[in-house]
Design a protein around this ligand. Structure first.
Ligand code: HEC
Ligand code: HEC
Ligand code: HEC
Ligand code: HEC
Ligand code: HEC
Ligand code: HEC
Ligand code: HEC
Ligand code: HEC
Ligand code: HEC
Length: 458
């Protein structure tokens, strides 16, 4: 008995030694992928607690873990591929002057371009890149979202809190993590979107401008248009005029956003396309600081048009939620707003707050308050054309007209026919704008319609 024990433990010990040596070999094999030069860097830098104090007083950690590096997606990339600007002769011996972490990061920012051209180009077109160009110290560079020394594959699914967006958009992340997508994502993994699923990771655009976010929703929810059609008439127009969270974040406060719109180019007007200073103008027109009234709005639009707008500039309304946090409180479908009266009734809450926007230099919206009465007045018909919700305003004649349009000619009495004829021009204008809106949405409409819309808005 005693005899047989000794060999067993020997075999075990031998096995253990073998396993250990194997482990050592794999570790070396991994390091072996690293060039001599990179190893040399790590001989100094793979040290916990290695730091340097910058002029700003911040401590820059200089410790690079060899283990994490060899497990990263950059394991085959040499330190010098990105750090080509170090002086081999003096490096590590003399101290170099670095102002701040941000200055250092900015100095290194072009190091990703050569190898990741596509992502870099997408990023250049983002609101984040525009903010950095304008001098923002808070907007993200590549390295704010990817640590170059530890970067893992995008396919690795971590906890949602690891999304790089969370640290800067904290309040929104909190709301998102409790909403229908956040909960679904935690419960079932990646089928539900994380921030980049709706906003993109690199070509991030201002959320309330353009149609990017809505297109992202509809790309996943392919049946959504049909599912809404069952109960919501003219779904395309509703989707165009209402941002999805307005109905799907039922507790949110809502507002009307009047977007300055170029009816010829068929896009929102941007401050940088030569339109004179929006803020200066709106401030001047709003002398009492109570929001623009209908006259101010009207003459402002006239001014914008005189400045090269050539009469093609108009306002297009859109219902949206009032804050970024509320846009991320989407509930399950049974709680969504279905009651037409929420919007189509006189004095509806959604129409009590009105804002005017133009795309600012960085693509984000510049806003100015507008008195809610503008939606109710016939004078502003000309400026607020293209946006009109039945019942929610006091322009009664138009209500009749639209109800007529909706009911069709089936049971139209003579009186109504007269009204209809009287307001034919106005109605055609409205219809033309709607057509344009629907066309923009579907992109499949014919050019003939588009021309009709153009002619009508001239
Ligand atoms: C893919 C490009 C890339 C590679 C490869 C790379 N680095 Fe870096 N490194 C950077 C960038 C970019 C920064 C600036 C960090 C920032 O923007 O916050 C940086 C910063 C550093 C810093 C300053 C401390 C810090 O983390 O900001 C050290 C030290 C460093 N790198 C060492 C190394 C060593 C050693 C290697 C090789 C083992 C290496 N780097 C490989 C891109 C790279
Ligand atoms: C002999 C040790 C040593 C070696 C080898 C070494 N470094 Fe350093 N490195 C340092 C020290 C020390 C500092 C801090 C210098 C200071 O205080 O200015 C530093 C600073 C840095 C910084 C911060 C920016 C700066 O200029 O201070 C980077 C980035 C960096 N090293 C990258 C590398 C890379 C990449 C390699 C390999 C090509 C490398 N280091 C090799 C010791 C070393
Ligand atoms: C010398 C070329 C090179 C440079 C410079 C470089 N990378 Fe990479 N990067 C690679 C390679 C190679 C991979 C691995 C790609 C693969 O296997 O799909 C990679 C992978 C990545 C990944 C993970 C991709 C994935 O599949 O999920 C990210 C993120 C990344 N790099 C970011 C950066 C950032 C940020 C910088 C600048 C600090 C940078 N890279 C600079 C070569 C480079
Ligand atoms: C605001 C955060 C953010 C910034 C800034 C950012 N990225 Fe990314 N990046 C992400 C996220 C999130 C992913 C995950 C994949 C996705 O959803 O597209 C990603 C994925 C990647 C990938 C892997 C893509 C793939 O599909 O395999 C690469 C490579 C990459 N980024 C490089 C870069 C480079 C280079 C820059 C700078 C020009 C950069 N990123 C800037 C957030 C960012
Ligand atoms: C399900 C899609 C979806 C997801 C996921 C999502 N968002 Fe949004 N986000 C939206 C919508 C919709 C808006 C509002 C757009 C509008 O006005 O129509 C918005 C607006 C924003 C805004 C602008 C807020 C403002 O003040 O105008 C930011 C910033 C933002 N999101 C960041 C994030 C971040 C960070 C995450 C991840 C934590 C995230 N989003 C996840 C759909 C999404
Ligand atoms: C390093 C900080 C930082 C990171 C990381 C970051 N952002 Fe931002 N982001 C900003 C700043 C600063 C602004 C401009 C201020 C604002 O609008 O909140 C901004 C603006 C935005 C806007 C435009 C807001 C608007 O008015 O519509 C969106 C959308 C956005 N970020 C989405 C994201 C998404 C998605 C991610 C992750 C892929 C992300 N951000 C990661 C700092 C960051
Ligand atoms: C006018 C309010 C309203 C608007 C605007 C709206 N929805 Fe809905 N949505 C609803 C209601 C109400 C339901 C629930 C319908 C039911 O259960 O019969 C719903 C259901 C859904 C469902 C679940 C469908 C199903 O049957 O499983 C999805 C997904 C959805 N909406 C996405 C969207 C998207 C994406 C947008 C924006 C493009 C949007 N919704 C705009 C009110 C709206
Ligand atoms: C990456 C794909 C993806 C994107 C983008 C996306 N969703 Fe979803 N959404 C899901 C998944 C997955 C679920 C949970 C499973 C389900 O109910 O379909 C979900 C659930 C929902 C629900 C709850 C449906 C129910 O049955 O109760 C609503 C409402 C919804 N999404 C609306 C939106 C809106 C609005 C947007 C854009 C602002 C959007 N989604 C963007 C994938 C997506
Ligand atoms: C969240 C607010 C909201 C809800 C809920 C809503 N609508 Fe609307 N609806 C609008 C807005 C805003 C417009 C105006 C769009 C425009 O003129 O640009 C509109 C337009 C219309 C139009 C005119 C379409 C046209 O072709 O001119 C009809 C009809 C209509 N809605 C019917 C309904 C019915 C029926 C319901 C309930 C099943 C409903 N809406 C629910 C906001 C809403």
């Amino acid at each position: 008995m005693k005899r047989s024990r000794a060999p067993t433990s020997l075999i075990l010990a031998g096995l253990l030694a073998f396993i250990l040596s194997l482990a050592g070999q794999t570790a070396r094999a991994a390091e072996g992928e690293m060039s001599k030069e990179s190893k040399a860097c790590l001989s100094c830098h793979d040290k916990d607690g290695m730091t340097k104090t910058l002029e700003s007083g911040e401590a820059l950690s200089l410790a690079i873990s060899a283990k994490a590096y060899t497990e990263s997606m950059h394991k085959k990339t040499d330190c010098e591929d990105c750090h080509s600007n170090l002086d081999a002769k003096t490096h590590g011996k003399a101290t170099t002057a670095i102002k701040s972490k941000r200055e250092f990061a900015l100095g290194m920012r072009d190091s990703c371009r050569d190898c990741h051209k596509k992502k870099a180009t997408e990023y250049d077109d983002s609101v984040h890149a525009a903010l950095i160009k304008a001098g923002s110290k808070k907007a993200p560079l590549c390295t704010d979202c990817h640590n170059p020394h530890t970067v893992r594959s995008a396919k690795v699914v971590g906890p949602i809190a690891e999304t790089p967006c969370a640290k800067c958009h904290e309040a929104i992340f909190k709301a998102y993590s409790k909403d229908v997508h956040g909960l679904e994502r935690v419960a079932k993994g990646i089928s539900a979107p994380l921030c980049a699923g709706c906003h993109q990771a690199h070509a991030v655009k201002a959320a309330s401008m353009g149609e990017g976010v809505k297109d992202a929703c509809l790309a996943c929810h392919k049946e959504a248009v049909n599912q809404h059609k069952d109960w919501l008439p003219n779904t395309a127009l509703h989707f165009e005029a209402i941002s999805c969270p307005v109905c799907h974040a039922p507790d949110a406060q809502r507002r009307v956003n009047l977007r300055l719109y170029d009816s010829t180019a068929k896009r929102q007007v941007a401050e940088k396309t030569g339109v004179p200073k929006f803020e200066k103008r709106t401030d001047a027109a709003d002398s009492k600081d109570m929001g623009l009234d209908e006259r101010a709005l009207w003459s402002l639009l006239k001014e914008f048009n005189q400045d090269g707008g050539d009469g093609k500039m108009l306002l297009r309304g859109r219902l949206e939620v009032r804050s970024g946090v509320e846009a991320h409180q989407l509930s399950e479908k049974s709680k969504a707003i279905k009651d037409c009266d929420t919007c189509h009734k006189q004095g509806a809450a959604a129409f009590q707050s009105v804002t005017l926007t133009i795309a600012g230099p960085d693509g984000r919206p510049l806003r100015h308050g507008v008195q809610n009465e503008v939606l109710n007045s016939l004078t502003s018909m000309d400026s607020v054309r293209g946006f009109y919700a039945i019942g929610s305003t006091r322009i009664k004649l138009l209500d009749y007209l639209l109800i007529l349009v909706v009911l069709g000619a089936a049971s139209v009495p003579l009186v109504h026919m007269t009204i209809k004829r009287l307001f034919k021009g106005v109605r055609e204008k409205l219809e033309a704008e709607r057509l344009a809106a629907v066309q923009d949405l579907g992109k499949q409409a014919s050019t003939g319609h588009r021309q009709a819309a153009d002619n009508a808005s001239k």
